[in-house]
Design a protein around this ligand. Structure first.
Ligand code: WTA
Length: 635
């Protein structure tokens, strides 16, 4: 028997040791005991990080939706699978049982089939947090179509890039979405995006806001009527363990977004096992992750992880500030939430408000609190621990990435003693390494380096869609035979890990990863702009905010600076999305550059952070004189 549920620290160490000494046996036992397979694997693991190539549970046959839904029907058919909490407090929450979920997913799957979607086809999903989003994801998985969910806050241009990159045949959206007091015309954004996406043959439109939409003859169809007339029975497509399950885009420091490809069996086993242990999920618990399904956190820990465990998972359509800053806590009380998983940026935003927003509500149902997305600062950690957890609910600070598919470093509640700002210990099966700049692994405790993983785990991304070379170059070339995360980390005296942040040009703003290069490209497309550089600076709610340094083309540019800033911001919002707009834009005459022409971002970061007392070595600069000018003009 494997230990599926780790209950104390001693057991964690035992399980961890086994997972390192006998990784294949370890994962095989979990896979055998807790999932349904149409056929078992011939081989648990084969791997070669130099290619890189990784295969888990080779030649096994399964369908992940059978594991998420069908197998629960006998014992949990009436159990609530999803609680959907709408944006507006006036509108009623909806409870969807496993049986209903089964019907909806099957109907949706039949709609996809009727519209020509087959195994291996890509389907783009651009939906707000409404139940149809979960149905859509699972309907794709049911028939073996590869879902590519694009966060519905992205602009039409970002949607078009992603839709084309994955060569999606069909797109699923809604008429509009509600977010706080705003109504967003999603379908209009889609229409604009699709002007550039000739490959999309069908658009399924879910009705949500009732707003006016333009339906393109022959291409656009209302979703719900089609679902209603479809059969509630759709046999699951039998998938190979390594068949693709989904693509999810994440920003890189350079170039276009990377379509991380996740495959079926390994992702299933890992997302389920981590969910069970890291949230200590018990049978009748109600679990809520506040993320959007447009991000990996939503994929693994709103949809797949919870449903694989037969859990009740909450989907929230709205925002933490609407109708007021007590909304999260109102929902915790209303649905008696047991596990609550959110991001540091949300915690900081709420911690700034009056405690009355918290104290009005009964939070005694809470057992485990989680955080994800960026390093949590000590103050936010304590606020969360004291005011939300009342010092009795352990905080799981979960470190992981879109690329890793599941949580990699995290405390296990009631087993691992927590320590503010530390993600603590690697999850079973995860072998972290800290590397120095010369590529040597740092052994022992109290060291600080670049975080790598030296052994495969089941849910790692297998490639970047359509660009395996980029996958190798980005993740497997910095350190030989190791997966490089792009993060820095330190290991303390007892072996706990603390993630210190990105070491590349990705900046995390309010939990969203933003690459500097795409933002700079968007700025540079403005006709008045010659060159630009984006850096991050600390922000007490967002974690980081963006600071743009912009060189204009003509010295005699007559337009007002305010107008230019507006236009530049608009350009960024159109190309990427409003989240990528800088807090500050400073016009400069030059940017500090090395002799080889590289912008020295280190110096710009210091200026943006108002930390100019020691700029470090500037002797290699081609144009050291610009530095003082930039400091004088700093905002
Ligand atoms: C950061 C989100 C510190 C990190 C699941 C990582 C964190 C990036 C933590 C991935 C954490 C995530 N502590 N930093 N607990 N969790 N990060 O792909 O820099 O959206 O590389 O996946 O977020 O972000 P992504």
């Amino acid at each position: 028997m494997s230990s599926y549920h780790i209950k104390n620290l001693e057991e964690y160490f035992q399980v961890y040791r086994k997972s390192i000494r006998e990784p294949e046996n370890f994962w095989q036992e979990i896979a055998e005991e807790h999932f349904v397979w149409r056929k078992k694997w011939d081989n648990v693991l084969s791997w070669d990080f130099s290619k890189p190539e990784v295969k888990w549970f080779e030649n096994a046959k399964l369908n992940i939706t059978e594991n998420c839904i069908d197998r629960h029907l006998l014992t949990k058919g009436d159990k609530t699978a999803i609680i959907w909490e709408p944006n507006d407090t006036e509108e009623k929450a909806v409870k969807i049982s496993y049986r209903e979920l089964h019907e909806k997913v099957n109907q949706f799957a039949n709609v996809l089939k009727a519209n020509g979607i087959e195994k291996g086809d890509r389907v783009c999903i651009y939906l707000p947090m409404i139940p149809e989003l979960t149905y859509a994801v699972l309907a794709c998985a049911r028939i073996g179509a590869i879902h590519s969910v694009v966060f519905a806050g992205f602009s039409s241009s970002a949607l078009a890039t992603r839709t084309n990159d994955a060569d999606c045949k069909l797109l699923i959206t809604s008429d509009g979405s509600f977010r706080g007091d705003k109504t967003i015309d999603l379908k209009k954004i889609v229409d604009k995006a699709l002007e550039e996406c000739p490959g999309v043959q069908t658009v399924l439109v879910a009705k949500r806001t009732g707003g006016e939409v333009n339906m393109k003859e022959g291409r656009d169809k209302w979703l719900q009527p089609l679902m209603e007339e479809s059969s509630t029975k759709c046999d699951p497509e039998i998938m190979d363990a390594e068949d693709p399950l989904f693509i999810l885009y994440t920003s890189g420091s350079t170039g276009t977004p990377k379509g991380m490809l996740h495959t079926t069996a390994g992702y299933m086993v890992y997302s389920a096992y981590t969910f069970k242990n890291i949230f200590n999920y018990q049978n009748d618990d109600v679990y809520w992750c506040t993320a959007d399904i447009g991000w990996i956190t939503g994929h693994s820990y709103i949809v797949y992880g919870p449903l694989l465990n037969g859990a009740t998972t909450v989907m929230f359509e709205g925002v933490p500030s609407y109708p007021d800053f007590g909304r999260f806590w109102e929902i915790v009380e209303k649905h008696k939430i047991n596990q609550f998983y959110t991001a540091p940026t949300a915690i900081r935003a709420l911690a700034k408000r009056n405690l009355e927003f918290v104290e009005k509500y009964d939070l005694s149902s809470l057992k485990v609190l989680g955080t994800v997305g960026e390093p949590i600062n000590e103050e936010a950690w304590h606020w969360y621990n004291d005011n939300i957890g009342k010092n009795k609910s352990p905080i799981v600070d979960t470190w992981w990435q879109t690329e890793t598919g599941g949580i990699m470093i995290s405390p296990i509640p009631f087993a691992t003693p927590t320590k503010p700002t530390f993600a603590t210990l690697p999850f079973p099966g995860i072998q972290p390494a800290l590397m120095d700049e010369n590529g040597q692994e740092l052994e022992g405790h109290q060291v600080d380096g670049r975080l790598c993983i030296k052994f495969p785990w089941p849910s790692m991304a297998r490639t970047i869609w359509g660009n395996h070379d980029r996958y190798r170059d980005t993740y497997f070339s910095a350190f030989k035979d190791k997966y490089f995360t792009g993060d820095g980390a330190l290991r303390d005296e007892v072996g706990y890990y603390r993630i210190t942040g990105r070491v590349d040009d990705v900046i995390i703003v309010s939990g969203h990863n933003l690459g500097t290069a795409p933002i700079e490209d968007a700025i540079n497309e403005h006709p008045a702009v010659a060159e630009s550089a984006i850096v991050g600076f600390p922000h007490d709610v967002k974690g980081n905010a963006l600071y743009g340094f912009v060189i204009l083309k003509e010295v005699g540019e007559t337009r007002k600076k305010e107008n230019l800033i507006k236009e530049i911001n608009q350009q960024i919002a159109d190309k990427i999305g409003p989240i990528a707009k800088p807090d500050k834009i400073q016009f400069v005459d030059g940017l500090p550059k090395t002799r080889s022409g590289k912008i020295m971002r280190r110096i710009l970061r210091k200026i943006a952070s108002k930390d100019t007392s020691n700029l470090g070595d500037t002797s290699t600069l081609l144009n050291p004189e610009v530095v003082q000018d930039i400091i004088h003009g700093a905002l």
